[in-house]
Ligand binder design. Structure first.
Ligand code: THJ
Length: 162
């Protein structure tokens, strides 16, 4: 296991996240674990976690975004250039929720970028950063379309467009 969290912090996590952490240990993930979009929304609504959208500003504007979610891009622009300040920006944006000890749920388009972002955050010392599986748009289906198989919007969770 390459992340290190005190037992006291683990026992304070909601059951969903305890389970996610246990699964992550079994799978030897380098970050705290992952949750479904439905669980992520419930945790955020209950004030048990901070939901952070790591997609680009363009994706949020043109595809849609989640009301109340914090925005810290993992990559920027249409070419998705890696954001070198990601970890510092994340720490600043969740400082009131505990900084590196905040319970954070990272969401991207389909869960891959957010997994990379979670790994980077864990490596930088964040103790409870989780990935939101499936992401906002979900995985591509057999017709190269997103949104018809899984993802935040597929599950009918709240989102808005500018
Ligand atoms: O955002 S992504 O997981 O589709 S690369």
């Amino acid at each position: 296991m390459s992340y290190d969290t005190p037992d006291s912090a683990i026992s304070e996590l909601p059951a969903t996240l305890e389970q996610a952490r246990a699964d992550a240990r079994l799978r030897q993930l380098t970050y705290a674990g992952g949750v479904s979009p439905i669980d992520a929304w419930a945790l955020a609504q209950n004030g048990e976690a901070v939901l952070v959208d790591v997609r680009s500003a363009e994706e949020r504007t043109f595809v849609g975004h989640i009301p109340g979610a914090v925005h810290v891009p993992w990559a920027t622009g249409t070419s998705l250039t890696r954001n070198p300040r990601f970890v510092r920006e994340l720490e600043a944006k969740v400082s009131s929720a505990g900084g590196k000890d905040a319970v954070v749920l990272l969401l991207c388009r389909s869960g891959k970028r957010s997994a990379l972002a979670a790994e980077a955050a864990a490596k930088a010392g964040f103790s409870a950063v989780f990935n939101v599986f499936e992401g906002f748009e979900g995985e591509l289906d057999a017709h190269q379309h997103r949104g018809l198989r899984d993802g935040w919007r597929f599950h009918g969770l709240p989102w808005v467009q500018d």
